[in-house]
Design a protein around this ligand. Structure first.
Ligand code: BV8
Length: 236
């Protein structure tokens, strides 16, 4: 019986692709104030500054490539589905490294850095590297209505109904490269645990949510994730 697998990833899975994490000592929130850059209030107050912050990250992402952990999760999805199991990868990350590695059953609960949304016509489109307050919407031509298509603090994450439905019926849940500090994602292990799922945490270090997990796999994602994927495929 293969069962249903839900995997949650965070910034730690992209760290070895050269993208910064948020709360490590050299992380983004150590250098920038998230309250001044990653909230709707910040965007309303200083949209140009917020655009600059996301343009710089979009530029970094253009040069980033997936590594062995992203590839292992794409392989796990293919093999797990081929065996008749159910599979969902939920990422808090706004990069597109999971897609680049071939993952398809994927939800970006915090949005996507390479996309922008028009507050005028509500279209979601690919974002240019240099998005600004004067950029006109390619769909409705209105200038000044475009924002990064990411979920800021205080905003509702995407596809929460699909995510909770999967968590409430899963048999395995794994959290990879996330500090377990941002909700509602940090509460997912509890929901899966209440459904009787086996809980695995893969991380370089202990996290606030480590005590909730049945199993911990320690190490950098590029080594720990392929090792875990081989093991879980051998077990089922
Ligand atoms: C919501 C997108 C209601 C943008 C992000 C007060 C005011 C306002 C809100 C709140 C408040 N108090 C609490 C809240 C709720 C708030 C929240 O949780 N705040 C925290 C700070 C307390 N949450 C929200 O506002 C969310 N919305 O609650 O709406 C609701 C609730 C339920 C249902 C419906 C509606 C919205 C949160 C989304 C914010 N947007 N990002 C952007 O990217 O700029 S959050 C940001 O943090 C990223 O998405 C990131 O992914 C996420 C979590 O961080 P991590 O991914 O875990 O990264 P971190 O750096 O923390 O940790 C890295 C980990 O990797 C570490 O453990 C490290 O050991 C490990 N690691 C490092 N290297 C490696 C590694 N592991 C393996 N290998 C390695 N090589």
């Amino acid at each position: 019986m293969t069962g249903s697998l839900v995997i949650l990833t965070g910034a730690g899975i992209s760290a070895e692709s050269g993208l910064g994490t948020f709360r490590d000592p050299d992380g983004l929130w150590a250098k920038f104030d998230w309250q001044a850059l990653a909230t709707p209030e910040a965007f309303a107050a200083q949209p140009g500054r917020v655009h600059e912050f996301y343009n710089a990250r979009r530029g970094n992402l253009a040069a980033a490539r997936p590594h062995a952990a992203h590839e292992a999760l794409a392989r796990l999805e293919r093999d797990w589905l081929a065996r008749g199991g159910d599979f969902l990868l939920v990422t808090q990350n706004v990069d597109d490294l999971h897609e680049q590695a071939g993952s398809q059953r994927l939800i970006h609960m915090h949005g996507e850095l390479k996309k922008m949304r028009c507050l005028g016509c509500h279209s979601v489109m690919e974002a240019p590297l240099g998005l600004g307050t004067d950029t006109a919407c390619p769909r409705c031509s209105q200038p000044g209505f475009l924002r990064p298509n990411v979920v800021w603090f205080g905003e509702i994450p995407l596809e929460m109904d699909v995510i909770f439905q999967a968590l409430e019926t899963c048999t395995h849940f794994a959290a990879i490269g996330t500090s377990g500090t941002v909700y509602p994602a940090a509460g997912f292990s509890q929901v899966a645990g209440q459904a009787g799922a086996r809980l695995t945490e893969i991380n370089l270090a202990e996290t606030e949510t480590s005590p909730q997990f049945h199993e911990r796999v320690s190490g950098p994602a590029s080594e720990a994730v392929p090792r875990w994927v081989e093991r879980i495929l051998a077990q089922t």
